[in-house]
Design a protein around this ligand. Structure first.
Ligand code: TXA
Ligand code: MG
Length: 314
């Protein structure tokens, strides 16, 4: 679908699935509560899980949220457009349904030509969660979106996404920040680029929507460990491979990165899970990656995807 037409959809209160650099979003006019309610309905998303509002200019951020914290401007300058969502005190103009009644809103300027153009042409900010059924793996291609929502007639196909996992979500305090969802922009990067410290106390603010179980494919997924190695029927299992050490045992293998590059692993993670989900394997096994830098975001997704299945074997 062309962008003019898609923008008309947004203006008319309809939903549009569109690509961003991270994953595909399911968007609606963020200022229209009825349009936003359609997102929750279609995704079967619980009303307590707030949406991210996508914008294309700093002026728009200023209209939607309290941006007086000068660290916000430093962060936006450094990382926007890009895979960083900044949670700020919201202004009244944002309907409560968008933020699940919270007094804060997550804002993000995506680094994607189509997404930015769509927001511009629509003339309004676009509220968009990842375009998957609630709790399932995020889509990194238009085909993935169609798999979840064959009924939506407006999907903009921008090919495979470049980052592959969702944006880093941060909560901004006066002179510190807290990562609510890890992503490819890491805590270290935020610390060095903007002189902000991560808070080292236990989580202070409520982060609804950060469930222990999430990103789950339609087939059981496990994180590889010694116990599992003894229990698995390898003939039925597909592997998300990192080190290649176990490849020879498995029915199907998808290598996340030939050079064990964590950024490349993140790019390929969800599409690899989708591939195994749609293949003839019965279970999916993921090799763990080192939990540093971007590896933190990858393991966050894997642990949530495998939360229920891993509990069942322990
Ligand atoms: O990369 C992304 O962020 C993608 C693309 C489409 O932009 N979007 C995305 O949205 O991942 P979603 O809805 O799947 O995840 C948004 C999460 C919520 O589940 C919630 O945990 C957090 O962001 N969030 C949003 N607004 C918040 C707020 N005001 N306070 C705390 N957490 C918030
Ligand atoms: Mg999501």
């Amino acid at each position: 679908m062309n962008l003019e037409k898609a923008a008309e959809y947004i203006r008319n209160g309809k939903l549009v699935a569109f690509p961003t650099e991270t994953v595909y979003g399911l968007g609606a006019n963020a200022l229209d509560p009825f349009a936003v309610s359609k997102i929750f309905e279609l995704k079967e998303r619980p009303a307590f899980d707030p949406l991210i509002v996508h914008i294309e200019s700093i002026e728009s951020a200023e209209q939607l949220a309290d941006t007086k914290n000068n660290k916000f401007h430093r962060l936006a300058e450094k990382f926007w457009p890009g895979p960083l969502t900044i949670v700020l005190p919201k202004k009244k103009i944002i309907p409560d349904i968008v933020t699940s009644g919270l007094d804060t809103v997550g804002l993000r300027m995506p680094n994607h030509k189509i997404a930015l153009e769509l927001i511009k042409l629509s003339g309004c900010p676009i509220a968009a969660p990842s375009a998957n059924k609630f709790g399932r793996v995020s889509p990194t291609s238009a085909q993935h979106v169609k798999k979840y929502f064959p009924q939506i007639d407006c999907i903009i196909d921008g090919g495979k996404t470049q980052v592959g996992i969702e944006s880093t979500v941060i909560y901004l305090y006066e002179d510190s920040f807290e990562i609510l969802r890890p992503g490819i922009i890491t805590s270290e990067e935020i610390e060095t680029e903007v002189s902000l410290k991560p808070i080292n106390k236990k989580r202070k603010i409520s982060a609804p929507g950060m469930m222990k179980s999430h990103y789950s494919p339609a087939k059981p997924i496990y994180i590889l460990n010694e116990t599992l190695l003894r229990k698995i029927d390898f003939n039925k299992a597909g592997l998300l491979s990192f080190t290649k050490k176990y490849d020879k045992f498995f029915k199907k293998v998808i290598t996340l990165s030939e050079s064990m590059d964590l950024k490349e692993c993140a790019v390929n993670l969800f599409s690899a899970i989708h591939l195994l989900e749609d293949s003839d394997v019965e279970i999916i096994i993921a090799e763990p990656v080192p939990e540093t830098g971007i590896g933190i975001a990858i393991m966050d997704r894997l642990k949530k995807a495998a939360y229920k299945t891993m509990k069942s074997i322990n």
